[in-house]
Unconditional design. Structure first.
Length: 172
């Protein structure tokens, strides 16, 4: 059989908050190193694994770490996992919506993923603000939402990102 898709040592790291390195010279150096010389990003720090069971300390998060797999032509594949497991990130990498931090992806043919995460949530608002807004839309009182907030956050698995604008941790 022919290999249709191959992920080799794929990892993807995101930085919470700011996207730039903080200085123009570092941003230009990052561009030169990663895009022109095709080297690893010199400004990446060793970050935390995206463990949503507890709030982390680092501003860097590994959405995927050292993923390896092959899909043979004609195979049917399902991607299953909890919130924050990296399912959407994997599809974005496969569709070339975003690039891996490390590793190589080889794919034969045309690929498109049908993916829509976060429908009904405003990207400029924090997770907390979106919870209150959507609760109000569903007819809940502010007191009722506040009473159920911990339960909602536990279910979402997004405690670490609760006060961060959604666009910073949920990419489309």
């Amino acid at each position: 059989m022919t290999t249709a898709i191959e992920f080799e040592n794929i990892s993807k790291q995101y930085r919470l908050g700011l996207v730039s390195t903080g200085t123009l010279s570092h941003d230009l150096n990052r561009f030169w190193q990663t895009k022109v010389l095709r080297r690893e990003d010199p400004y990446l720090k060793v970050g935390e694994v995206n463990d949503r069971a507890h709030k982390g300390d680092s501003e860097y998060v590994w959405a995927l770490k050292d993923i390896n797999f092959k899909v043979e032509q004609g195979d049917v594949v399902g991607i299953i996992g909890r919130n924050g497991a990296g399912k959407s990130t994997l599809l974005k990498l496969l569709s070339r919506v975003t690039a891996p931090t490390t590793g190589t992806i080889r794919a034969r043919g045309r690929i498109a993923s049908l993916l829509e995460v976060g429908t009904g949530f405003h990207p400029e608002m924090t997770g907390r603000e979106n919870i209150y807004m959507n609760g109000a839309i569903m007819g809940m009182s502010r007191a009722e939402i506040t009473r159920k907030l911990d339960e909602i956050v536990d279910f979402s698995g997004c405690e670490r990102y609760l006060d961060t604008p959604k666009k910073k941790y949920c990419y489309y």
